[in-house]
Design a protein around this ligand. Structure first.
Ligand code: DSN
Length: 472
């Protein structure tokens, strides 16, 4: 029987790699086997399509292409121009954005590009007002620093890390918290929800240059219309980092007030989470910030990765297909089924549930730290990650939470019935694990961990991962 195209492609690729360094070929094969075997609930991971994966493994990797489409610092970029323009076009169409910049290598890179663009735009506006120069690049170094001092306000207000924000939204130890004078907003201690009046109050007091919305561990929707009104009321630039929920925006699950694109001045994202593309980042904005954003490389970023931009174009084309909306809705249906299943079994959830792709379990309800729970689940074939909960008593390393998300299992085809079974497996492990002599140590009967691992494998057996890929 002849092999299908995917199996032939991956088998041939591994054969070529094996001839040079067999251990790499073995590791690639082992990674597929591990991913097939584990119940992957990491909220920020997914499974890109074979077409997306294959678009990355080619000679586009050999090309330098600093600059932008049609304006490169290197010759011979006509084919890179083709894929970069395609990726940007798909992104604009998918999200209804005026401008898309598809070069960032990651979410952090995308955020750095946005910070640069906002700051440069403000300085340039000030320079223009004084009729000093036409664009920021024409400023002398002395004028640039003088104008930055005159601008004064380099303050960022973002969601705090323990409330579910991201490191790059002004967390003090991160570069965002060092480049900017930062303050953060949290969530209401009683409900776990964003209190927009409190955000408005903080904005009035702090008068940030940038108001950031977006999260990596907040299990609810954010009203971006209200956030924009808050930003406007203090003259702040409104930035949304939609890395976690970009797939829900693309799939039109988050619309109206919950779609950041019509409300934010600038939107950043990764491409590999709920959006299900290759590892990478992207920036969307209106015409006002487009020129500064396009200076991302080489201003902030190293040379673009044309092979990844090719894969972004493929994945974004996939996300524009009608079936992606169904996928996005199933992600949320599954997360809600998982939340309900856990709640029914007495798990304590931050905010009591979810309306996006993730659920945050407060594992102090099981007498555990996040680290103990994460390892106990891993022993049982369930891959999650520990995460701080609001006002976390165990800090950002040990934490008190477990973050679980459904984009990956939904890609595999699991539905709400399987989410209930997943909730049962998680609850079984957590309720049978006891705290050890330190915040990292725990006691779990290995026989129980084995039993749950087998049950997880049985659950997954009906939903083969990459069914078209047979490595032999
Ligand atoms: N590391 C990503 C996550 O897991 O949410 C965010 O950067």
């Amino acid at each position: 029987m002849s092999l299908n195209a995917e199996s032939t492609a991956f088998r041939s690729a591994l054969e070529v790699i094996r001839a040079v360094e067999p251990r790499v070929a073995d590791a690639i094969g082992a990674e597929l086997a591990d991913q097939r075997e584990s119940l992957k609930l990491i909220a920020s991971e997914n499974y890109a399509s074979p077409a997306t994966l294959l678009a990355m493994g080619n000679w586009f990797s050999d090309k330098y292409a600093e600059g932008t489409v049609g304006r490169r610092f290197y010759a011979g970029c006509q084919n890179v121009d083709t894929v970069e323009a395609l990726a940007a076009e798909h992104a604009r169409e998918l999200f209804g954005a005026a401008h898309a910049y598809v070069q960032p290598h990651s979410g952090i890179d995308a955020n750095l590009v946005a910070f640069w663009a906002i700051l440069a735009d403000r300085v340039e506006s000030l320079a223009l007002k004084k009729a000093q120069v036409r664009q920021v690049n024409d400023l002398t170094e002395a004028d640039w620093f003088a104008l930055r001092r005159e601008l004064g306000n380099q303050r960022m207000l973002g969601m705090s890390l323990d409330a579910g924000g991201h490191l790059t939204h002004g967390f003090r130890p991160n570069i965002s918290g060092k480049m900017f004078d930062q303050r953060s907003y949290g969530t209401d201690p009683a409900t776990g929800l964003i209190d927009y009046d409190k955000v408005a109050e903080a904005a009035r007091e702090f008068k940030p240059l940038i108001l950031v919305a977006g999260y990596s561990a907040y299990p609810r929707k954010v009203n971006f219309r209200i956030m924009r009104e808050i930003a406007d009321s203090v003259g702040a630039t409104f930035m949304v980092d939609m890395a976690h929920f970009a797939g829900l925006v693309a799939g039109k699950v988050f619309t109206g007030d919950f779609d950041p694109v019509p409300h934010a001045h600038i939107v950043t994202t990764t491409t590999h989470k709920s959006l299900r593309g290759p590892r990478g980042g992207m920036v969307l904005c209106g015409p006002e910030l487009a020129d500064q954003v396009d200076r991302g490389c080489p201003m902030v970023l190293g040379g673009p990765l044309p092979h990844v931009m090719a894969a972004k174009a493929v994945a974004l084309a996939e996300a524009r297909r009608p079936d992606f909306a169904g996928y996005a809705q199933r992600i949320v249906d599954n997360a809600q089924a998982l939340a309900e299943g856990l709640t029914r079994r007495s798990a304590k959830l931050v905010t009591g549930g979810t309306d996006n792709h993730l659920v945050l379990i407060d594992v102090t309800g099981y007498g555990l730290t996040g680290r103990q729970a994460e390892q106990a689940l891993l022993d049982s074939g369930i891959v999650t990650n520990r995460n701080a909960v609001p006002q976390d008593p165990n800090g950002a390393w040990y934490t008190s939470g477990i973050r679980i998300g459904t984009p990956a299992l939904t890609s595999r085809g699991l539905g709400t019935a399987e989410m209930d079974q997943t909730a049962e497996l998680i609850h079984t492990v957590l309720s049978q694990t006891t705290s050890g002599e330190s915040k990292a140590k725990y006691v779990l009967d290995p026989a129980l961990a084995d039993k749950v691992s087998k049950q997880a494998s049985e659950l997954l057996a009906g939903f083969p991962l990459y069914p078209a890929v047979d490595l032999g």
